[in-house]
Design a protein around this ligand. Structure first.
Ligand SMILES: Cc1cc2nc3c(=O)[nH]c(=O)nc-3n(C[C@H](O)[C@H](O)[C@H](O)COP(=O)(O)O)c2cc1C
Length: 320
């Protein structure tokens, strides 16, 4: 992992002139552009252990399903030189447990909460969209499209523009909340899927989810993690993720949540310059839980130092 302890606060002591840090994405007002990648920032309520959750602009909790699911067999994570190889399998409680526990905690937070959901079929997604909408506590719903479509041959919804469009259309009819479509990093279908979900009524796109990956133990000559196939996240995927944000900024008009290997304020600037209006911290939360609040301070200081009075001015600036 990279040394993430570099802090602009240590280098520059100029008092902040308070540049505007607020962003609006998919109609969701965030007091700053920083958020977390679903599944990487504690769940079942363990949010405030390291810093007040309201420090960030919005919270995206762990993806939930409409049924209880234990997740994948262990081991589920394996550290690799520049990131994390994992296959957690989205363990989930049933809906009643969710509303009697997590939902109460999420409701008590004073920031927008964008709940991530997943399903194996369109119907499962739509049921969760409806249930989450009816709760009345969420600012938006993120559709985690990295799930095999069981009724259409098992290809992930997020790899198939037709399936993604149908799903988002049905989700659109099921809620008035902003819909964020979270895409898998698939080079060949990325733009067509993005255009399809935009056309179907998604209000924003989040990218990237972690690409598929595998690690094999040379001693046993067998895959290391329990599910055999997993995903790769962390620093290793950052240039790929920045490219994809760049590509979609040019391809669609809806705003982007960017993520993939973000560790500090410099990465936040990189993603925003590529076109992201909001940037999520993911795997770094396992390594350095204070990375996000430090990046927020450093980002603010960077804007002051550069004479930029609105963080929104960073969005897409690399395209000029
Ligand atoms: C252990 C782990 C669990 C994750 N769980 C979810 C999840 O439940 N839902 C989801 O949409 N993405 C999930 N992700 C993907 C992240 O939200 C993020 O999109 C991805 O890891 C890329 O960002 P990063 O490189 O900063 O981690 C998970 C990633 C990791 C490493």
């Amino acid at each position: 992992m990279l040394d993430t302890t570099t802090s602009l606060q240590e280098e520059v002591q100029t008092p902040a002139n308070t540049p505007n840090m607020q962003v609006e994405i998919a109609g969701i007002k965030m007091k700053n552009p920083l958020t977390v990648g679903s599944g990487t920032f504690g769940h079942h309520g363990r949010y405030n252990q390291f810093f007040p959750v309201e420090t960030m602009g919005a919270l995206v909790p762990k993806t939930i399903r409409n049924y209880k699911w234990p997740g994948n067999p262990e081991p589920r994570v394996h550290e690799v030189p520049a990131g994390l190889h994992s296959s957690v399998g989205i363990p989930s409680n049933d809906w009643d447990t969710f509303i009697n526990n997590d939902a109460l905690i999420l409701q008590s937070f004073e920031l927008p909460v964008i709940q991530s959901i997943i399903g194996r079929t369109e119907d499962e997604y739509v049921e969760m969209v409806e249930k989450c909408s009816e709760l009345g506590i969420f600012a938006g719903i993120e559709l985690n499209l990295s799930c095999p479509n069981l009724k259409q041959g098992g290809l992930d919804f997020g790899y198939d523009p037709v399936a993604a469009e149908r799903l988002v259309k049905r989700a659109r009819q099921a809620t008035e909340l902003p819909i964020v479509a979270k895409l898998a990093p698939d080079f060949s279908s990325l733009v067509s899927v993005a255009k399809a979900v935009e056309g179907a009524g998604a209000n924003a796109i989040a990218l990237v989810n972690a690409p598929r990956a595998m690690c094999i133990d040379y001693r046993t000559r067998r895959p290391i993690i329990g599910n055999k196939i997993g995903a790769l996240s962390g620093t290793a995927i950052k240039p790929m993720a920045v490219y994809m944000v760049w590509q979609l900024y040019r391809s669609v008009d809806i705003p982007l949540f960017g993520m993939g290997g973000v560790t500090d304020y410099r990465d936040v600037i990189e993603f925003m310059a590529a076109g992201a209006r909001s940037v999520a911290f993911g795997t770094i939360n396992y390594v350095d839980p204070m990375a996000l609040p430090r990046a927020l301070q450093d980002l603010q200081q960077y804007l002051v130092n550069e004479g930029i009075d609105d963080v929104n001015d960073l969005v897409g600036c690399a395209h000029d």
